[in-house]
Each structure stands twice: as C-alpha cells, then as structure tokens.
Design a protein around this ligand. Sequence first.
Ligand code: ADP
Length: 353
Amino acid sequence: MGIVEGIMVETRIGTVLEAAPIPMVLIGADARIAQANPHAVMLMGPDMVGRHHAFAMRQAGLVAAIEAALNDAKPGVVAQVPFGGSHETLHRVTVTPIVLPAGPGAVCAFEDMTEQEQISQIRRDFVANVSHELRTPLTALIGFIETLRGAARDDPAARDRFLTIMDREANRMNRLVQDLLSLSRVESEERRRPTEQVDVTSLVGMAIAALRPMADDAGVRLEVTGGTDPLYVQADPDQLMQVFDNLIENAVKYGGAGKVVTIALDHDANDAFMRGPSIRVTVIDRGEGIDPVHIPRLTERFYRVDNHRSREKGGTGLGLAIVKHIVNRHRGRLKIESSPGQGSRFSVVLPGT
Ligand code: ADP
C-alpha cells in the first residue's frame, strides 16, 4: 500500500473514532498515539497525541495489554483503569489489534465504569451492614440458648431473665427484617407517584393515637397544632402513615422523657419551592438535638449518631432512610433542622392539591 492509501486508511479510522460516543484512541505501529477522538482528549488531555502510549496512559496493566496487541496481535480487556486526580474515574479498556499500512497498531476503547463500581460498592456495603446488624442479636440468642441448656437449666429466675433478653433480640431481628422489606418495597415503587387523595390531618391523628401508649410509657406528651381542617395530598396512605410514625417515634425516643413533642400542620397556598400549594408536617422535639455534622447523613441506611443509644432504644437505623424514600416518591421534601441542646425539627413538605 502506498503512502496515499495509508493516509486514507488512517483518515477513515479517524472518522470512525470521531463518531464513537466513548473515548477511543488509535495507537500506530510506532507505539505512539496516532489519533484520539474528542472524548479521549477530554479524558487524557490534548497533548497526548504523538506521544508514546506508555507516557500518555501511565497504567502498567494497560501498557502491557497495548504491547501484547502491537507485538503479538493479542486483544485484551483491562478493568478498573483510573484516570483523573480528585474526581477519579474508573474505566474498562478494550484493546483491539489492528493492521495499519505502516504495520501493527491497536485501538483502545474506554468505557466509564465509575457508576457501576459505585453501585456495586454500595451493594457490598449494604450486605456487610445487614449481616453485621443480624449477627449481633443472633450471637446473643445462640449464647443464651446454650446457657439455658447448661448452667441456667435449673434456675427459674435466670431462665426468665434470659428469655426476656432473647425476646428483645428476636424482636429486634424482626423489626430489622420488616424495615428492610419496607425499604425495598418503597425503592421499587419510587418512580410511581401515588394517586389517592389522602387527608393528612386525619392520618397524623391516627399516627398519634397509635403511638400514644409508647409516648405515655416514655413520659412524653404529644400535642398537635394547626390540625383542625382536612388537608389533602396525593399519597399512598400506608406509606405516609409510616413517615409520620417514624418521625414521631424518633422524637419520642430521642426527644427526652418528661418533654413535649409537637406535631405542627400547616398549609401554604403558594409555596415558592413547590411552585404551588403545599402541606407541611413538622415534628418538633425538645431533646438534646443533633450536631450539624451528622444532619446530611441521617437518611443514609444504618447511619446513627450514637450506635449504642439507637440499639438500646430498639432502633434499626433504617427509619429515616425509609422516610426519605417515601417522601421522594411523593415528590416532597424532608428538612431536618437541629442544633445541640435545642431539640430537632423534622419537616415533611408535600405538594398540596
Ligand atoms: P434509628 O432506628 O436508629 O432510630 P433512624 O434512621 O430513625 O434510625 O435515625 C437515625 C439516627 O438519627 C438515630 O440513630 C439518631 O441518632 C438520629 N435521630 C433521629 N431522630 C432524632 C431526633 N428526633 N433527635 C435526635 N436524634 C435523632
């Protein structure tokens, strides 16, 4: 093939690279980067063209794969190739040998796998967290079963004590499994907006009635302000009930004994943020409050300010994660305001009708 045909082949390859929706580079027979499409320039910078591939890429695994393509016509795939400084991305690079007029070359295609990597990391963390959460009560149960079979066999007082603890631990596991199921149900429906017309005032009333015995036990008084008229929203009543239930229960749990928890309902005919009418339910406690560093993370699964305290109160660490997903499904907003010593305010704002 003559020089002109050679140039034509490279031009044609260049046209294909330009059209590709992902970063791609052509490495020539001289082991230098002959061409790079705009996506590749964005990824690796404009001055890589003309440089030896090892200088341009600087990734040992990738350099070896390119050498194998150039020297032995061997194709290869290199996973998890990082690029960039602080916003590091992870790419899967496919290296394909190609015959160029001047000799063997290679084409590298870069697929951005950063998001997939993050998703699988989240999945791995989640499985590790769930296993850890289940292991603690299970270990306790196994230990007490052993004790009841052995040392405490003929000790009725010890038996009762252990059975009480076993009951608590089994209930903890039960709550955890229920919360996990709720979370996965809510997540699977998150994109489907609910369609029922629901009165928030009566829903809050029902949540309060259901929680009153628990509040009484904790010495907490529940009061409602602004909740006289019906306030309608488009909602899934069971899910919305779960939101109020979780928020009020937290306010009772962490709001401090002997105090008052206020559930304030109000209606804004023209909420600038919602671009229309909105209904707001705010659960206010006078407890110890939350340090601002924790606030952005409270809705993460299993995030707790104080692990020991949450467990002692029977918490699963999933309540606020469930609340966030339900509020998202309702196209609403969850706002958390708190400062240490001042108590906390958890507001749910929903588009009104
Ligand atoms: P948990 O089952 O631990 O209560 P949640 O997801 O409901 O899980 O809450 C996460 C964490 O947020 C709790 O462990 C607690 O540290 C903190 N928290 C939630 N509500 C309040 C509140 N009203 N006052 C202080 N801290 C709170």
